[in-house]
Design a protein around this ligand. Structure first.
Ligand code: PLP
Length: 358
């Protein structure tokens, strides 16, 4: 298998792919492949329910939160969050920590009054702004943050507490990578295609109190309350993506859950940050150390020629997906849950050898 460091869709656990391969043709003696099951069948309803139960136990989601499986990616949540939660006559606050946060703000501004509570744009998104600098209007309906900034390689390592307004978080690129105290959050959402499974399903976890804000006049598909009332089966769901999500959650549970995954993620990220920090400036990490992401390790080399040579040699050696996002350049290694430790070791080794040669 390739040494896959893609930012998303990303590597899936090999065991998950192997299990899925078996069930593609004949799911549990049904005589149908898993893709062929009706979403109203007992088999699929069981898959849906088991997936929600696994999500609840792995992330310790309290009973007063609903779990939704939606479509449209995290990007549709940029619209659904303000549509459902932004109360009339009030504003929504956004912390800008990168491109995805900017996009979330821009979409919210199409729905109502959305303002910037804090930003690290002036330092090229190298860090997470300090909570003490937040400027949240009194009438704010919620505060939106992006817990892991996939493009810049920064991550929140603690979350604001005792906020005057519910906290909403885009966790697309770090959900399930570490334990989570959900009670700090009103709503979290995540596209599945990094840590949870393939693309096609977006997980939304919302406190039941916030569900009451969804107005009946909203389009049904975009209404959290409608989706919750129908257990996310209001229309045909992305059955295959939900099935894969279940397999990934089972894999995570068998490994020992989110605490174990966090430990493994720390070990993997440390290998690459060490290669950067011990390179005497040959590699430069983009993120400031306290804000470094355990999921996306971003770095640059001295100039474009060296960067191209690095990426080309890496590709020839079997490493996939190491080019930085097209908007920022440089290099990025995404080390999500399913990326094996041995692959990261090989990359750290490659980085050291490339530096010695150049
Ligand atoms: N938010 C974050 C943090 C992301 O990393 C991404 C995609 O990479 C998105 C949102 C957009 O996700 P989607 O493509 O599912 O709309």
């Amino acid at each position: 298998r390739a040494l896959n460091f893609n930012a998303g869709p990303a590597a899936l656990p090999e065991a998950v792919l192997a299990k899925a391969e078996k069930e593609m043709m004949n799911y549990r003696s049904s005589g149908m492949g898993v893709m062929e099951l009706s979403h109203r069948s007992k088999e699929f309803e069981d898959i849906n329910e088991q997936t929600m139960n696994l999500m609840r136990s792995l992330l310790s989601i309290p009973d007063d939160y609903e779990i939704l499986f939606l479509q449209g990616g995290a990007s549709l949540q940029f619209t659904m969050v303000p549509m459902n939660l932004l109360e009339e006559g009030s504003s929504a606050s956004y912390v800008l920590t990168g491109t995805w946060a900017e996009k979330a703000l821009k979409e919210a501004q199409k729905i109502g009054n959305a303002v910037i509570a804090a930003s690290s744009k002036d330092v090229n998104y190298r860090s997470i702004p300090s909570t003490s600098k937040f400027d949240i209007p009194d009438d704010s309906s919620y505060l939106h943050i992006t817990t892991n900034n996939t493009i810049y390689g920064t991550q929140w390592h603690s979350f604001p507490e005792s906020l005057p307004t519910p906290l909403v978080a885009d966790m697309s690129s770090d959900i399930l990578s570490r334990p989570l105290n959900l009670s700090s959050f009103g709503l979290i959402y995540a596209g599945a295609q990094k840590n949870l499974g393939p693309s096609g399903v977006t997980v939304v976890i919302i406190h039941k109190d916030l569900l009451k804000r969804s107005k009946t006049g909203l389009p049904s598909m975009l209404n959290y309350q409608v989706q919750a009332a129908s257990k996310s089966l209001y229309n045909t769901p992305p059955t295959l993506s939900i099935y894969f999500l279940k397999l990934v959650l089972e894999w995570a549970e068998a490994l020992g859950g989110v605490k174990q995954l966090e430990m493994m993620n720390k070990e993997k990220a440390a290998l690459l940050y060490d290669a950067i920090d011990r390179s005497d400036g040959f590699y430069k990490g983009h993120a400031e150390k306290p804000s470094r992401s355990l999921m996306n390790i971003t770095f640059t080399l001295a100039n474009e020629d060296l960067t191209s040579a690095f990426l080309q040699e890496a590709e020839e050696s079997g490493f996939i997906g190491l080019a930085g996002h097209r908007s920022v350049g440089g290099c990025r290694a995404s080390t999500y849950n399913a990326v094996p430790f041995e692959n990261v070791e090989k990359l750290a080794d490659f980085m050291n050898r490339f530096r010695n040669r150049n």
